[in-house]
Write a protein that binds this ligand. Structure first.
Ligand code: ZN
Length: 163
């Protein structure tokens, strides 16, 4: 699928997209014109909740998805159904910080880089291939899995409503 560019109002949504493995750039500010220019230059689908901004896209040849919900799980379900994105979570995840791909890191290779109690309590680690940040199934993991479950349920519901 094509890659996404989320506008600056959607930082939380961008983080969730990345955790679920969707290639997502986040626009850090600079105004609508700069945002549109970046989407055009990088060939990304612009994701926004700003109707006026979305209306400018067709003329510029930019694909845009106007999100209808304020809830992150509903936004992501909309993004997935409109782009046809395939999710391979948790095999494929991206770094919430920088959008780099996460690779499995053997525990031995990261032991020196994480706090000792983390190293002794966990066996599975991921390392960002871009910024080097290390992740493990910490206290947020349960929330992440529940969030993913809610997205899947919404997609399932969407399918039945269409047929
Ligand atoms: Zn990273």
């Amino acid at each position: 699928m094509e890659n996404l560019l989320l506008d600056e109002m959607l930082r939380r949504t961008a983080t969730w997209c990345r955790i679920l493995g969707i290639d997502t750039e986040f626009f850090g500010g600079g105004g609508d014109d700069a945002l549109l220019a970046q989407a055009k230059k990088e060939g990304r689908i612009l994701i926004t909740r700003d109707m006026a901004l979305s209306k400018r896209c067709p003329k510029l040849g930019i694909k845009c998805i106007l999100l209808s919900s304020e809830k992150a799980e509903e936004q992501i379900a909309q993004i997935i159904s409109e782009t046809g994105a395939q999710l391979f979570f948790p095999q494929e995840m991206r770094c919430p910080e920088c959008n780099g791909e996460l690779g499995i890191a053997p525990a031995d290779s990261v032991k020196e880089e994480v706090p000792p109690h983390i190293a002794s309590e966990h066996e599975e680690f991921w390392k960002c291939k871009k910024c080097g940040k290390i992740y493990w199934e910490g206290s947020h993991w349960k929330n992440i899995k529940e969030f993913y479950g809610r997205v899947l349920a919404l997609l399932e519901k969407g399918k039945t409503e269409k047929t």
